[in-house]
Design a protein around this ligand. Structure first.
Ligand code: DX5
Ligand code: ZN
Length: 218
């Protein structure tokens, strides 16, 4: 399967969002990190911002909710223009219900696992999911270092999905750069999130296409 790329807007210049979005127009998704200052120690933006940038991008919006009890806001983030909504397994008492709420909105559903969370917790929800987001840093900030143990986790998840023939993509988020991309793709990542690697580069569009060719080589 061709590796897909989801640049994270978190690392962009928020004073020029409209132009920053144009720089990555050749990506596969736009990754939108929503943080509430409770579930993670940082605050970003909400559905209002997402709906105002919706008209400036043709890309599917891949919204990553790092918020506590995400069930309260599924409708708002779907109506703002999200095409995929990913919630943290650790942020709700009723993950199965939240997945159903997302699907009821007619959009794709993803579940994210923090670095310390076991894959075992996915066993009974995996058939329902469009994607699993493996956090390869602790959520909350861009620009952190990739946690090496996550490569084995990606590999194991890839085997779990293949063994059951599930139609579920593996997205990996945090600390991904040109120098470690290969091992992550090799382990089984389908979607690569990259914030600082892309928006921190002098030419984000060029870096995106460099990353694409590295992944195509695997
Ligand atoms: C972190 C976010 C990431 C972040 C990744 O909590 O979920 O999407 O933007 O940033 P980099 O690629 O800089 O690690
Ligand atoms: Zn993210």
């Amino acid at each position: 399967m061709k590796t897909e790329f989801a640049p994270s807007l978190l690392a962009s210049d928020f004073s020029q969002l409209k132009d920053q979005i144009q720089l990555v127009k050749d990506a596969d998704y736009l990754h939108l990190d929503v943080m509430d200052g409770v579930y993670v120690p940082n605050i970003t933006f909400g559905p209002g911002l997402i709906s105002s940038i919706r008209k400036h991008s043709q890309l599917p919006f891949d919204t990553h909710l790092m918020i506590t009890r995400p069930e309260r806001y599924i409708k708002d983030f779907a109506e703002a223009g999200s095409d995929i909504l990913t919630v943290h397994l650790e942020a709700t008492d009723h993950i199965h219900r939240v997945i159903q709420l997302i699907k009821d909105q007619g959009i794709k559903a993803g579940v994210s696992l923090n670095p310390a969370t076991s894959l075992a917790s996915l066993e009974y929800i995996l058939p329902e999911l469009d994607q699993v987001l493996i956090m390869s840093v602790n959520p909350g900030f861009g620009g952190q270092s990739y946690i090496p143990q996550m490569t084995e986790k990606i590999n194991k998840l890839n085997k779990m999905i293949a063994a059951n023939n599930y139609n579920c993509k593996i997205e990996v988020d945090g600390g991904i750069k040109t120098y470690n991309l290969k091992e992550i793709v090799k382990a089984g990542a389908d979607i690569i999130v990259a914030g600082s690697a892309i928006f921190g580069a002098a030419d984000p569009g060029k870096t995106l296409s460099e990353m694409r060719s590295i992944a195509a080589d695997v």
